[in-house]
Design a protein around this ligand. Structure first.
Ligand code: PA5
Length: 341
Protein backbone atom coordinates (compact mmCIF):
# COMPACT_ATOMS: atom_id res chain seq x y z
CA UNK A 1 0.00 0.00 0.00
CA UNK A 2 1.42 3.36 -1.06
CA UNK A 3 1.76 6.12 1.58
CA UNK A 4 -0.73 8.96 1.16
CA UNK A 5 1.26 11.80 -0.48
CA UNK A 6 2.12 14.55 2.02
CA UNK A 7 0.51 17.33 0.01
CA UNK A 8 -2.95 15.75 0.39
CA UNK A 9 -5.00 17.58 3.01
CA UNK A 10 -7.23 14.83 4.40
CA UNK A 11 -9.48 17.39 6.08
CA UNK A 12 -10.20 19.32 2.92
CA UNK A 13 -12.60 17.98 0.28
CA UNK A 14 -11.23 20.28 -2.38
CA UNK A 15 -7.72 18.85 -1.85
CA UNK A 16 -9.09 15.31 -1.96
CA UNK A 17 -10.97 16.02 -5.18
CA UNK A 18 -7.85 17.55 -6.73
CA UNK A 19 -6.06 14.29 -5.96
CA UNK A 20 -8.84 12.18 -7.53
CA UNK A 21 -6.64 11.01 -10.45
CA UNK A 22 -3.58 9.93 -8.45
CA UNK A 23 -5.71 8.36 -5.69
CA UNK A 24 -6.66 5.72 -8.24
CA UNK A 25 -3.11 4.36 -7.98
CA UNK A 26 -2.71 4.45 -4.19
CA UNK A 27 -3.56 0.82 -3.55
CA UNK A 28 -2.66 -2.24 -5.57
CA UNK A 29 -4.06 -5.59 -4.38
CA UNK A 30 -1.44 -8.19 -3.51
CA UNK A 31 -0.59 -11.04 -5.87
CA UNK A 32 -1.90 -13.38 -3.16
CA UNK A 33 -5.44 -11.93 -3.34
CA UNK A 34 -5.33 -11.76 -7.13
CA UNK A 35 -4.40 -15.45 -7.19
CA UNK A 36 -7.39 -16.27 -4.98
CA UNK A 37 -9.61 -14.39 -7.45
CA UNK A 38 -8.04 -16.33 -10.31
CA UNK A 39 -8.79 -19.56 -8.46
CA UNK A 40 -12.44 -18.48 -7.92
CA UNK A 41 -12.68 -17.72 -11.65
CA UNK A 42 -11.33 -21.17 -12.51
CA UNK A 43 -13.66 -22.87 -10.02
CA UNK A 44 -16.61 -21.10 -11.69
CA UNK A 45 -18.66 -18.12 -10.58
CA UNK A 46 -22.44 -17.76 -10.92
CA UNK A 47 -22.56 -14.08 -10.03
CA UNK A 48 -20.72 -11.23 -8.34
CA UNK A 49 -22.51 -9.20 -5.71
CA UNK A 50 -21.22 -6.02 -4.08
CA UNK A 51 -22.68 -5.14 -0.71
CA UNK A 52 -22.16 -1.63 0.68
CA UNK A 53 -23.95 1.59 1.48
CA UNK A 54 -23.59 5.24 0.46
CA UNK A 55 -20.03 6.21 -0.45
CA UNK A 56 -18.98 2.57 -0.22
CA UNK A 57 -21.73 1.31 -2.53
CA UNK A 58 -20.82 3.41 -5.52
CA UNK A 59 -17.68 1.49 -6.44
CA UNK A 60 -19.81 -1.64 -7.09
CA UNK A 61 -22.05 0.33 -9.43
CA UNK A 62 -18.99 1.59 -11.33
CA UNK A 63 -17.56 -1.92 -11.61
CA UNK A 64 -20.89 -3.19 -12.89
CA UNK A 65 -21.03 -0.32 -15.41
CA UNK A 66 -17.47 -1.10 -16.52
CA UNK A 67 -17.63 -4.87 -16.77
CA UNK A 68 -21.22 -5.90 -17.39
CA UNK A 69 -20.88 -5.91 -21.19
CA UNK A 70 -18.06 -8.51 -20.98
CA UNK A 71 -19.00 -10.53 -17.93
CA UNK A 72 -20.54 -13.98 -18.39
CA UNK A 73 -22.29 -13.72 -15.03
CA UNK A 74 -24.43 -11.03 -13.44
CA UNK A 75 -22.81 -8.26 -11.38
CA UNK A 76 -25.17 -6.66 -8.88
CA UNK A 77 -25.08 -4.22 -5.99
CA UNK A 78 -27.08 -4.70 -2.80
CA UNK A 79 -27.66 -1.61 -0.66
CA UNK A 80 -29.81 -3.17 2.03
CA UNK A 81 -29.90 -5.40 5.12
CA UNK A 82 -30.88 -8.55 3.23
CA UNK A 83 -29.14 -10.48 0.49
CA UNK A 84 -31.63 -11.60 -2.19
CA UNK A 85 -32.26 -15.34 -2.00
CA UNK A 86 -30.86 -15.94 -5.51
CA UNK A 87 -27.39 -15.08 -4.19
CA UNK A 88 -26.18 -18.53 -3.25
CA UNK A 89 -23.04 -20.63 -2.84
CA UNK A 90 -21.85 -20.26 -6.45
CA UNK A 91 -21.58 -16.46 -6.11
CA UNK A 92 -18.79 -14.23 -4.84
CA UNK A 93 -19.77 -11.42 -2.47
CA UNK A 94 -17.51 -8.38 -2.09
CA UNK A 95 -18.36 -6.44 1.08
CA UNK A 96 -17.25 -2.81 0.95
CA UNK A 97 -17.40 -0.57 4.02
CA UNK A 98 -14.90 2.22 4.37
CA UNK A 99 -15.39 2.45 8.15
CA UNK A 100 -16.02 -1.27 8.50
CA UNK A 101 -18.96 -0.58 10.80
CA UNK A 102 -21.96 -0.16 8.52
CA UNK A 103 -24.79 -2.30 9.84
CA UNK A 104 -26.50 -3.06 6.53
CA UNK A 105 -23.21 -4.24 4.98
CA UNK A 106 -22.32 -6.35 8.00
CA UNK A 107 -25.78 -7.88 8.00
CA UNK A 108 -25.43 -8.95 4.34
CA UNK A 109 -21.98 -10.39 5.03
CA UNK A 110 -23.39 -12.43 7.90
CA UNK A 111 -25.98 -13.90 5.54
CA UNK A 112 -23.30 -14.58 2.89
CA UNK A 113 -21.28 -16.43 5.52
CA UNK A 114 -24.31 -18.49 6.59
CA UNK A 115 -24.91 -19.46 2.96
CA UNK A 116 -21.28 -20.55 2.48
CA UNK A 117 -20.65 -17.90 -0.19
CA UNK A 118 -17.08 -16.92 -1.11
CA UNK A 119 -16.49 -13.55 0.56
CA UNK A 120 -13.94 -10.80 -0.06
CA UNK A 121 -13.93 -7.67 2.10
CA UNK A 122 -12.66 -4.14 1.52
CA UNK A 123 -12.33 -1.79 4.49
CA UNK A 124 -10.06 0.51 6.43
CA UNK A 125 -10.86 -1.14 9.78
CA UNK A 126 -13.79 -1.44 12.20
CA UNK A 127 -15.87 -4.55 12.82
CA UNK A 128 -15.37 -5.77 9.28
CA UNK A 129 -11.62 -5.99 9.80
CA UNK A 130 -12.10 -7.70 13.17
CA UNK A 131 -14.74 -10.23 12.15
CA UNK A 132 -13.77 -11.14 8.60
CA UNK A 133 -9.98 -11.51 8.79
CA UNK A 134 -10.21 -15.16 7.80
CA UNK A 135 -11.46 -14.11 4.35
CA UNK A 136 -9.41 -12.35 1.65
CA UNK A 137 -9.39 -8.67 2.64
CA UNK A 138 -8.17 -5.42 1.10
CA UNK A 139 -7.17 -3.25 4.05
CA UNK A 140 -7.13 0.22 2.55
CA UNK A 141 -5.93 3.63 3.82
CA UNK A 142 -8.04 5.10 6.64
CA UNK A 143 -8.72 8.76 7.41
CA UNK A 144 -10.66 9.72 4.27
CA UNK A 145 -14.36 10.35 3.82
CA UNK A 146 -15.87 7.27 2.14
CA UNK A 147 -17.17 9.28 -0.82
CA UNK A 148 -13.76 10.89 -1.36
CA UNK A 149 -12.24 7.40 -1.40
CA UNK A 150 -14.08 6.33 -4.59
CA UNK A 151 -10.92 6.35 -6.78
CA UNK A 152 -8.95 4.55 -4.07
CA UNK A 153 -11.64 1.88 -3.80
CA UNK A 154 -11.93 1.56 -7.56
CA UNK A 155 -8.17 1.24 -8.11
CA UNK A 156 -8.11 -1.48 -5.45
CA UNK A 157 -11.24 -3.43 -6.44
CA UNK A 158 -11.17 -3.21 -10.24
CA UNK A 159 -8.19 -5.59 -10.65
CA UNK A 160 -9.94 -8.13 -8.39
CA UNK A 161 -13.18 -7.88 -10.31
CA UNK A 162 -11.46 -8.15 -13.70
CA UNK A 163 -9.66 -11.27 -12.47
CA UNK A 164 -12.91 -12.78 -11.18
CA UNK A 165 -14.57 -12.09 -14.54
CA UNK A 166 -11.51 -13.42 -16.41
CA UNK A 167 -10.64 -10.21 -18.24
CA UNK A 168 -7.36 -8.44 -18.92
CA UNK A 169 -6.47 -5.92 -16.25
CA UNK A 170 -6.87 -2.19 -16.90
CA UNK A 171 -3.50 -0.39 -16.82
CA UNK A 172 -4.33 1.81 -13.83
CA UNK A 173 -1.13 3.90 -14.09
CA UNK A 174 -2.00 4.89 -17.64
CA UNK A 175 -5.50 5.94 -16.53
CA UNK A 176 -3.97 8.03 -13.72
CA UNK A 177 -1.77 9.84 -16.27
CA UNK A 178 -4.61 10.47 -18.69
CA UNK A 179 -6.98 11.71 -15.98
CA UNK A 180 -4.33 14.04 -14.60
CA UNK A 181 -3.63 15.48 -18.04
CA UNK A 182 -7.33 15.93 -18.87
CA UNK A 183 -8.08 17.83 -15.67
CA UNK A 184 -5.31 20.31 -16.60
CA UNK A 185 -7.06 21.18 -19.83
CA UNK A 186 -10.59 21.70 -18.55
CA UNK A 187 -11.85 24.77 -20.27
CA UNK A 188 -10.51 23.61 -23.66
CA UNK A 189 -12.71 20.57 -24.20
CA UNK A 190 -15.41 21.02 -21.57
CA UNK A 191 -16.43 24.23 -19.84
CA UNK A 192 -14.64 25.03 -16.59
CA UNK A 193 -16.35 23.36 -13.59
CA UNK A 194 -16.98 26.78 -12.02
CA UNK A 195 -19.19 27.75 -14.98
CA UNK A 196 -21.43 24.73 -14.41
CA UNK A 197 -21.37 25.38 -10.66
CA UNK A 198 -22.69 28.89 -11.32
CA UNK A 199 -25.50 27.50 -13.47
CA UNK A 200 -26.48 25.00 -10.75
CA UNK A 201 -26.13 27.39 -7.79
CA UNK A 202 -29.46 27.57 -5.93
CA UNK A 203 -30.99 25.13 -8.41
CA UNK A 204 -31.95 21.48 -8.19
CA UNK A 205 -30.06 19.40 -10.74
CA UNK A 206 -31.27 16.11 -12.17
CA UNK A 207 -28.20 14.28 -13.49
CA UNK A 208 -29.23 12.06 -16.36
CA UNK A 209 -27.05 9.23 -17.63
CA UNK A 210 -27.42 6.41 -20.12
CA UNK A 211 -25.60 3.05 -20.13
CA UNK A 212 -22.37 3.32 -18.16
CA UNK A 213 -23.04 6.98 -17.33
CA UNK A 214 -25.92 5.90 -15.04
CA UNK A 215 -23.70 5.30 -12.00
CA UNK A 216 -21.92 8.57 -12.76
CA UNK A 217 -25.26 10.41 -12.65
CA UNK A 218 -26.07 8.73 -9.33
CA UNK A 219 -22.65 9.60 -7.92
CA UNK A 220 -23.11 13.26 -8.99
CA UNK A 221 -26.46 13.40 -7.16
CA UNK A 222 -24.85 12.01 -4.00
CA UNK A 223 -21.90 14.43 -4.23
CA UNK A 224 -24.31 17.36 -4.52
CA UNK A 225 -26.20 16.08 -1.45
CA UNK A 226 -23.16 15.38 0.69
CA UNK A 227 -20.58 17.94 -0.48
CA UNK A 228 -22.75 20.89 -1.55
CA UNK A 229 -25.54 20.10 0.99
CA UNK A 230 -28.22 20.63 -1.60
CA UNK A 231 -31.05 18.61 -3.07
CA UNK A 232 -30.28 16.80 -6.31
CA UNK A 233 -31.64 13.82 -8.22
CA UNK A 234 -30.47 11.37 -10.83
CA UNK A 235 -32.25 9.48 -13.53
CA UNK A 236 -31.53 7.41 -16.56
CA UNK A 237 -32.08 7.22 -20.28
CA UNK A 238 -34.07 5.61 -21.87
CA UNK A 239 -36.31 5.12 -18.81
CA UNK A 240 -36.84 8.81 -17.99
CA UNK A 241 -38.31 9.34 -21.47
CA UNK A 242 -41.20 7.15 -20.29
CA UNK A 243 -42.11 8.99 -17.08
CA UNK A 244 -39.91 11.86 -15.82
CA UNK A 245 -40.54 13.87 -18.95
CA UNK A 246 -44.19 14.29 -17.85
CA UNK A 247 -43.13 15.70 -14.49
CA UNK A 248 -41.99 19.07 -15.78
CA UNK A 249 -45.10 21.08 -15.11
CA UNK A 250 -46.11 24.24 -13.27
CA UNK A 251 -43.96 26.68 -11.36
CA UNK A 252 -42.27 23.93 -9.38
CA UNK A 253 -39.98 23.17 -12.32
CA UNK A 254 -38.37 26.60 -12.41
CA UNK A 255 -35.49 25.56 -10.20
CA UNK A 256 -34.88 22.20 -11.83
CA UNK A 257 -31.96 21.81 -14.21
CA UNK A 258 -31.63 18.60 -16.24
CA UNK A 259 -27.92 17.80 -16.70
CA UNK A 260 -27.22 15.25 -19.43
CA UNK A 261 -23.99 13.29 -19.02
CA UNK A 262 -22.85 12.37 -22.50
CA UNK A 263 -19.96 10.82 -24.39
CA UNK A 264 -18.96 10.34 -28.01
CA UNK A 265 -19.75 6.63 -28.25
CA UNK A 266 -23.38 6.57 -27.26
CA UNK A 267 -25.39 4.01 -29.16
CA UNK A 268 -27.43 5.69 -31.90
CA UNK A 269 -30.87 5.30 -30.26
CA UNK A 270 -29.61 6.68 -26.95
CA UNK A 271 -27.89 9.59 -28.64
CA UNK A 272 -31.01 10.48 -30.61
CA UNK A 273 -33.23 10.16 -27.54
CA UNK A 274 -31.05 12.59 -25.60
CA UNK A 275 -30.94 15.11 -28.48
CA UNK A 276 -34.73 15.02 -28.73
CA UNK A 277 -35.23 15.30 -24.96
CA UNK A 278 -32.87 18.28 -24.74
CA UNK A 279 -34.86 20.00 -27.52
CA UNK A 280 -38.15 19.24 -25.76
CA UNK A 281 -36.88 20.55 -22.42
CA UNK A 282 -35.68 23.75 -24.10
CA UNK A 283 -39.13 24.19 -25.64
CA UNK A 284 -40.61 23.80 -22.14
CA UNK A 285 -38.51 26.76 -20.98
CA UNK A 286 -35.99 24.66 -19.04
CA UNK A 287 -32.25 25.26 -19.37
CA UNK A 288 -30.83 21.76 -19.78
CA UNK A 289 -27.07 21.41 -19.59
CA UNK A 290 -25.26 18.91 -21.75
CA UNK A 291 -21.82 17.79 -20.59
CA UNK A 292 -19.80 15.67 -22.96
CA UNK A 293 -16.56 13.75 -22.56
CA UNK A 294 -14.62 12.64 -25.62
CA UNK A 295 -12.86 9.35 -26.24
CA UNK A 296 -13.72 5.69 -26.49
CA UNK A 297 -12.47 4.37 -23.18
CA UNK A 298 -15.36 3.50 -20.90
CA UNK A 299 -13.30 3.87 -17.74
CA UNK A 300 -11.77 7.18 -18.79
CA UNK A 301 -15.13 8.60 -19.79
CA UNK A 302 -16.69 7.55 -16.49
CA UNK A 303 -13.84 8.84 -14.36
CA UNK A 304 -13.35 12.10 -16.25
CA UNK A 305 -17.02 12.94 -15.83
CA UNK A 306 -16.91 11.90 -12.17
CA UNK A 307 -13.83 13.98 -11.41
CA UNK A 308 -15.39 16.92 -13.22
CA UNK A 309 -18.70 16.71 -11.33
CA UNK A 310 -16.96 16.12 -7.99
CA UNK A 311 -15.16 19.40 -8.67
CA UNK A 312 -18.47 21.10 -9.50
CA UNK A 313 -19.89 19.88 -6.17
CA UNK A 314 -17.05 21.39 -4.12
CA UNK A 315 -17.31 24.65 -6.10
CA UNK A 316 -21.01 24.82 -5.18
CA UNK A 317 -20.20 24.03 -1.54
CA UNK A 318 -17.83 26.95 -1.50
CA UNK A 319 -20.37 29.29 -3.18
CA UNK A 320 -22.95 28.25 -0.58
CA UNK A 321 -20.50 28.70 2.29
CA UNK A 322 -20.95 25.13 3.54
CA UNK A 323 -18.27 22.67 4.61
CA UNK A 324 -17.98 20.04 1.89
CA UNK A 325 -16.36 17.62 4.37
CA UNK A 326 -18.97 17.54 7.11
CA UNK A 327 -21.71 14.92 7.23
CA UNK A 328 -23.34 15.94 10.48
CA UNK A 329 -26.75 14.49 9.72
CA UNK A 330 -25.46 11.11 8.55
CA UNK A 331 -23.37 10.94 11.73
CA UNK A 332 -26.33 12.03 13.88
CA UNK A 333 -28.58 9.40 12.30
CA UNK A 334 -26.00 6.68 12.91
CA UNK A 335 -25.64 7.87 16.53
CA UNK A 336 -29.39 7.83 17.19
CA UNK A 337 -29.76 4.41 15.58
CA UNK A 338 -26.92 2.91 17.58
CA UNK A 339 -28.51 4.21 20.82
CA UNK A 340 -31.85 2.61 20.02
CA UNK A 341 -30.33 -0.77 19.22
O1 PA5 B 1 -20.56 9.33 2.53
C1 PA5 B 1 -20.75 8.78 3.61
O2 PA5 B 1 -20.10 9.05 4.64
C2 PA5 B 1 -21.80 7.71 3.71
O3 PA5 B 1 -22.53 7.62 2.54
C3 PA5 B 1 -21.10 6.36 4.05
O4 PA5 B 1 -20.32 5.92 2.98
C4 PA5 B 1 -22.17 5.33 4.41
O5 PA5 B 1 -22.88 5.76 5.53
C5 PA5 B 1 -21.58 3.95 4.68
O6 PA5 B 1 -20.48 4.02 5.55
P1 PA5 B 1 -19.15 3.22 5.16
O7 PA5 B 1 -18.72 3.79 3.85
O8 PA5 B 1 -18.18 3.53 6.26
O9 PA5 B 1 -19.53 1.79 5.08
Amino acid sequence: MMKIPENVDLKNMSSLVTHFPDMLGWFMPSEEILNICKMYHEEGIEGLCFVGMGGSSIVGQYISGLLDKDSHFPICVVRDYQLPSYITKGWVVIGVSYSGNTVETLSCLEQAEERGIRIITVTSGGKMQQDYHKYPMLLIHGGLQPRAALPLLLGAILPLSETLVGMNRTPINQIVEELTASAKTWGDWIQQPINVAKKLFQKIPIFIGAEYMRPVAYRAKCQMNENAKTMAFSSEIPESAHNEVEGFHDKAIENIVPVFLRHDNEIAQVSLKQDVMIGLYQDLGLNPISLRVHGDSRILNMLLMTHYLDTVSVEIASMRGVDAMSIERIAELKKRLSKSR
